[in-house]
Design a protein around this ligand. Structure first.
Ligand SMILES: Cc1cc2nc3c(=O)[nH]c(=O)nc-3n(C[C@H](O)[C@H](O)[C@H](O)COP(=O)(O)OP(=O)(O)OC[C@H]3O[C@@H](n4cnc5c(N)ncnc54)[C@H](O)[C@@H]3O)c2cc1C
Length: 470
């Protein structure tokens, strides 16, 4: 029997390398970039323009004669659905390409939500493309649709490959459907999702070689190839090259793993040149610990303190395979981090009065936001736990609140005994309706608090929340 792996777990209340007085402007820390909403507007406008151009590409090739010919309407509908389906796939690629300016303007959670919302449409449109084009061509040739499909598969270039690509897309779509996805491990879903790249590659030749809209329009063909090349370059640059370069630069390694409260571990990492890392409190990275069982999976965890070069810290609650394994990380373990991502930062704030409301491990990004708030911001912090042990980073938060002359409310006790409802929030934070409110905690807590403070008059643009699941 192999002996159990030794652990470096110690019980400590705070990490000395971090959580120091941060109100004085740091000369060794680079502040996070402020988001530029105009980027999202411009890219949104370009996406709309591209949609219009794609429709135009198909329609300018059609004449009243082509529509009146046998199966004409089917064929045009088939071409249109094919191009629009393909265009929406491209938009989905851009949404998850982790383009830094877009990430900063919109936030990864919102981009993933849009990606998911669009998700079913390309599959439906491409399925319609297959049906309509087969029906249209079968009418021209006066054959059954089965015979026509047979001709497509065995006598047309690249159609078999694109059908295989479509089958892969359907598989990805089915496994991403909410009820199916909930039944799988996140990693299974992720590995299946990687087949999308293969599906797109298989379908590309079919679009360019047989795409009717390109037959006599080399310029249109070049435009389409350029669009897809841009998508591929964005993925290569922002999902692979940039993170690789950053990690070669920062060379992160685990320094220590400390148990904050039972089942919650802080991991302190050190790296080179971290003073050049622009990150805001509240942002997260995708973390990949380069050990035997963990190197292949990246999980999102927020910084639980601002970097204090050469150190950074994350705090993780044991909720499953990955989060449960971090307790066994050894000092010296190499770490690959991708980010920073997320818009849950003080940049979202529109007033100088901030209320931070947190529960469970959701307290940790609030701890980093608290450290990042400008000193002129009046701050109230409300932390919630069933027992004192649930108040993670309790002493650090108390010290940071005291330093800035803020107000801290720690609510400890069962939900029945210590209620966090409209009446108690109004009593604890009388000026909540004129404040920016940041909420982070378990999904049910976050939803409940968001509804509660909205009822108390907190306007939508002043209500900021982070859910620890995409
Ligand atoms: C933006 C963000 C910031 C987060 N910050 C923290 C933090 O600071 N501290 C902390 O303890 N937890 C944080 N989490 C939650 C943490 O990522 C999950 O608890 C962890 O990934 C669970 O993985 P697991 O293998 O341990 O558990 P599993 O049993 O595999 O998963 C538990 C839950 O986490 C979700 N999940 C699993 N893997 C991922 C992934 N790679 N990406 C997104 N969701 C996933 C699953 O859908 C499931 O709902 C954050 C999550 C997000 C989205």
């Amino acid at each position: 029997m192999p002996s159990p792996q030794p652990t470096q777990v110690q019980r400590v209340r705070s990490t000395p390398a971090l959580g120091q007085d941060s109100r004085a402007p740091s000369r060794t820390r680079r502040p996070g970039h402020a988001p530029r909403p105009v980027v999202a507007d411009v890219l949104g406008g370009l996406a709309g323009l591209g949609f219009g151009l794609t429709m135009a590409l198909v329609l300018i090739n059609e004449t009243s004669g082509s529509l009146a010919s046998p199966g004409g309407w089917y064929t045009v509908a088939g071409r249109l659905t094919g191009f629009l389906g393909s265009y929406l796939m491209l938009i989905m690629v851009f949404l998850i390409a982790r383009i830094p300016w877009l990430e900063r303007a919109v936030g990864q959670d919102q981009l993933v939500r849009w990606h998911r919302r669009i998700g079913g449409w390309p599959i439906v449109l491409i399925a319609l493309h297959i049906v309509f084009v087969t029906l249209g061509y079968s009418k021209v040739d006066g054959v059954s649709w089965v015979k026509q499909m047979n001709t497509f598969i065995f006598h047309y270039p690249d159609i078999l490959a694109s059908l295989v690509g479509f089958a892969l897309l359907v598989m990805v779509g089915v496994t991403s459907y909410r009820t199916v996805r909930r039944r799988q491990a996140y990693e299974t879903w992720w590995v299946v999702h990687l087949y999308t790249y293969l599906a797109l590659a298989l379908a590309f030749a079919h679009q360019v070689v047989t795409g009717y809209a390109f037959l006599h329009h080399p310029l249109a063909k070049s435009f389409w190839i350029a669009l897809w090349a841009l998508g591929a370059i964005s993925i290569a640059a922002f999902r692979f090259a940039l993170p690789l370069l950053r990690n070669l630069r920062y060379q992160l390694r685990v320094v220590s793993v400390d148990e904050e409260v039972p089942g919650v571990f802080s991991i302190v990492l050190s790296g080179n040149r971290l003073s050049s890392l622009a990150v805001s409190g509240g942002q997260f990275f995708q973390w990949r610990f380069l050990t035997k069982g963990l190197w292949w999976q990246a999980h999102p965890y927020s910084l639980s303190a601002l970097p204090n070069p050469p150190f950074v810290r994350i705090t993780i609650k044991d909720l499953g395979d990955h989060s449960g394994s971090v307790a066994h990380l050894r000092p010296g373990t190499r770490v690959f981090a991708e980010g920073p991502y997320g818009t849950f930062t003080h940049h979202q704030r529109v007033t100088n009065r901030v209320v931070l409301i947190g529960a469970g491990v959701g307290i940790t990004p609030l701890r980093a936001i608290l450290e990042d708030l400008p000193s002129n911001v009046h701050t109230t912090v409300v932390t919630r736990g069933s027992a004192e042990n649930d108040l993670i980073h309790r002493e650090e938060i108390a010290a940071l609140v005291a330093q800035r002359g803020g107000v801290l409310h720690e609510l400890v006790g069962s939900r029945q005994r210590v209620k966090l409802d409209s009446a108690s929030i109004r009593r604890l934070v009388p000026q909540i309706s004129s404040s920016d409110v940041y909420i982070c905690g378990p999904a049910a807590f976050t939803d409940h608090m968001a509804n509660t403070v909205a009822r108390l008059g907190v306007a939508r643009e002043r209500l900021h929340s982070e859910v620890f699941a995409f």
